[in-house]
Write a protein that binds this ligand. Sequence first.
Ligand code: SAM
Length: 333
Amino acid sequence: MNVNWLLGVRQISDKMINCLRRVVTVKAEAVEAVEAVEAVEAVEAVDNKITISLFDDKLQDIDKKISMAQPSDIPCLFKYIPMEIFGKLLLEVPTEYPNIKAFFPTMPSEEVQRHWTGNCGQVLLDQSLGFIKALAFGYMAITGKSLEKTVVLDYGCGWGRLTRLLYKFFCFENIYAVDPWDQSIDECKKHGIKANLALSEWVPKSLPFNKRFDLIFAFSVFTHLSEKTTHVVLKTLRDYIADNGLLVITIRPKEYWEIHNKGEIASEMLASHDENGFAFSPLDLPPIDGDITYGDTSISLDYFVSHFPQWDLVCLEYNSMDPYQIILFLKPK
Ligand SMILES: C[S@@+](CC[C@H](N)C(=O)[O-])C[C@H]1O[C@@H](n2cnc3c(N)ncnc32)[C@H](O)[C@@H]1O
């Protein structure tokens, strides 16, 4: 028998064995990784239960009253439930509180949460809580008004991530939410969001509600709009804000471009931002009146102040959990 041939067979079988070993190791590592994630999730679930149970007396009481409560009573019912706990309940209400569970909306799938809002579960909740606290306490501090009778609009509500957290402070009959994407409104309805929901236009000259709002907010919306759409929306929102109302929006700083698509278009976008104060990279979507309205956007503060004189920039907020969202508090001039 040819010795070279035998050596060849030996080398091939050695390679196959190595390959098989690698497959087995990768598989074992994958199983370990899945088990580690499951273990972390299990610990988080237990932690959540323990944290929620600290407020068990209050929650038992709320559970007894909530089905008969008037909409305007809801914020008062949850008065002694901290915002963080309120958020955890929205993630998952323990079975011990069936009536609270029936009242609260259900959560969309992890895939929808992650795909539409970049994160999911507790991490996303922490980001959402950071914004809602800034919104509610900022509104009270700036306007000197309480939240009880405040009429609020969530502009570009998506799946209702922030809309649902508003129940802690606002009567749900006074909560309005719009989005131009029909799937957003469908998702809100599917999960039982209690609010006045409606479809708006992509480039709205008016809103689908005939009223003025005390508070309008748009989180992660102006971080995506084209320059033309940004101008139209800010003009339209001005028509719908109460004279002593407050608009709260987020914008992106130019540093965002360093992480967008791993910095692939950073130099072009940074140059546009530095030159114009506005940089926009459109998504591959059909244009509306010659303009693609949606993509990714950075806006400088100087641009904002000089181009939108109908709004008075009162102050800024920032949450380090959401590093590319700068929160602007704006009063109508
Ligand atoms: C990144 S998501 C943010 C959703 C939600 N505000 C949140 O923070 O969870 C952006 C949302 O803006 C909506 N949107 C897109 N164009 C818009 C426009 N011209 N006016 C209002 N909303 C718009 C999208 O449909 C989407 O739901």
